[in-house]
Design a protein around this ligand. Structure first.
Ligand code: ADP
Length: 475
């Protein structure tokens, strides 16, 4: 295992660029792999939004031309080294923009990225054994390596692992994408990249990788059904034998209530009264009344996937209760308006923070009593793991990684680390919220046990990193 060389390729990596959980995983899994003895390097686009302090500490290692359709584009690679080497693949026109993605030319941008990553390797004089690709942005690497590059001796022994972090986002683009990738129309076929008249970058990973994983065991089964397959369930059923689920871990150093520099007052399982002081401080900061009513929080992308329509349907009823609701999120306008409306109607109970704010997120995880995650589907989910770490009790729907990490608390046996409902229905969600509020109010001793169970749950990376290392070894 010692000498295995792994190139980890991702469109977002903490602390450089983040829109969601993919960035957290790409920031922490490579480090965990390095700890178990692998030679791991990471490559990502050099976004204009990356903080200057990282850019200043990086230096150029090479430049070269990448063929894109009939054109050639210059790629430059910068190396930033802290714990492990991070390569920033640079092209100012493609990556110096306000957002990471969501542009009309995303197919061209990420065709450039994928080709650029493969073309970079001879210049680095480094031959990874494994190229670990993640989500649609990097799917084309799998097909390009297998169908084109592996014919050159430099690339012949390399294998790809493709990890699905969220099957909903597949990178479906017009057919001209094939030209950017340098692939013939032979691949415009349902058993290749064709998907309902377009070209699907995720399929390039699903069909052409050497191993296929997703981020929790339950999600790996769910995505083979029509309810969760986003049109690819048939494809995934065919790949069943080589599709596995490895649960994401959490960076237990970064998310540590004893040491977290972002939270007001550090605490641990033995000093839970200090957690209450975090709540008071947050209430003051957000302009909510200082009181010991249960504080329920949501920190999330405001997307349909997250079960926000259930909250829409039960918002009024929920806000009749003696609670505070703290929301941190950005995304779909309808949900931004919904939470704004709730705050306007119930200013003493609701704080709607419609922005992306890492520091505030940590403060909320530390201050809240309950964390609501009623997702319609959830490949793994990190929010529930972070809240466990901070003794904040998750209320989740039993799906994907939520099903794999949260066990319902049983007041009789005192086992379990959260509250769980199964049916995707507002009443089912409301029933467990009420159970949670009841336990909080009526049974403080049991609540303390529950907080202890949550903080004792261990979802650090060690176990999962070993599973990935074994998979690499196998390949
Ligand atoms: P997803 O990857 O689907 O967005 P996850 O639960 O896996 O969901 O990961 C979300 C990550 O993004 C968590 O670390 C969460 O704390 C963070 N996050 C989401 N929205 C915000 C926000 N508005 N501000 C700060 N952090 C956020």
């Amino acid at each position: 295992m010692q000498n295995t060389k792994v190139l980890f390729v991702s469109a977002e990596v903490v602390p450089f660029a983040k829109t969601g959980g993919l960035a957290d995983v790409s920031g922490s899994l490579p480090q965990a792999l390095a700890k178990v003895g692998l030679d791991v390097r990471v490559v990502m686009p050099n976004y204009g939004t990356i903080d200057h302090k990282y850019r200043q500490q990086s230096h150029k290692v090479c430049d070269y031309e990448v063929e894109l359709g009939w054109d050639k584009k210059k790629a430059e690679v910068f190396l930033y080294e802290e714990e492990i080497p991070i390569y920033f693949l640079h092209h100012s026109h493609y990556f110096y923009r306000d957002q990471l993605y969501g542009y009309e030319d995303d197919h061209e941008r990420f065709a450039f990225f994928c080709k650029g990553v493969l073309e970079m390797l001879p210049y680095l004089q480094w031959q990874p054994d494994i190229i670990h690709c993640n989500d649609w942005h990097t799917g084309p690497i799998c097909i390009l390596l297998k169908e084109h590059y592996s014919y050159q001796s430099f690339y012949r022994k390399m294998a790809t692992v493709y990890t699905i972090h969220n099957l909903q986002y597949q990178g479906i683009f017009p057919k001209e994408s094939l030209q950017f990738l340098g692939l013939s129309s032979m691949y415009d076929h349902p058993d290749a990249l064709e998907f309902y008249g377009g070209i699907n970058y995720m399929k390039a990973g699903l069909f052409y990788s050497n191993a296929l994983t997703t981020v929790s065991p339950t999600y790996s089964k769910e995505i083979q059904t029509s309810a969760y397959g986003h049109g690819l369930d048939g494809v995934l059923q065919k790949q069943n034998a080589r599709l596995g689920g490895i649960l994401n871990g959490l960076d237990y150093e970064k998310y540590n209530p004893q040491k977290d520099p972002f939270i007001y007052i550090p605490y641990d399982k033995k000093s839970l009264e200090l957690k209450k002081r975090n709540k008071i401080k947050l209430q003051e900061e957000l302009g909510l009344p200082v009181s010991d009513v249960p504080m329920i929080s949501l920190i999330t992308r405001l997307a349909d996937q997250k079960g926000l329509d259930l909250i829409q349907q039960k918002g009024w009823e929920l806000l009749q209760k003696d609670i505070q609701l703290v929301v941190l999120g950005t995304g779909e306008e309808q949900y931004e308006k919904m939470f704004q409306g709730m705050e306007k109607k119930f200013p003493q109970k609701v704080s709607a923070n419609l922005k992306f704010d890492e520091e505030l997120a940590h403060k909320i995880y530390a201050a809240s009593d309950l964390f609501l995650m009623p997702s319609c589907f959830e490949p793994c989910g990190l929010g529930q793991m972070i809240s466990l770490r901070y003794g904040t009790i998750p209320i989740v729907r039993k799906t994907g990684g939520l099903a794999d990490t949260i066990q319902p608390f049983d007041p009789k046996t005192k086992k379990g680390n959260g509250f769980v409902f199964t049916q995707y229905h507002p009443d089912a969600m409301m029933e467990v919220i009420l159970q949670a509020l009841d336990l909080y109010k009526e049974e403080p001793k049991k609540w303390k046990i529950l907080m202890g169970n949550a903080m004792d749950s261990n979802y650090s990376w060690e176990q999962s990193a070993l599973q990935y290392a074994e998979l690499y070894q196998h390949l």
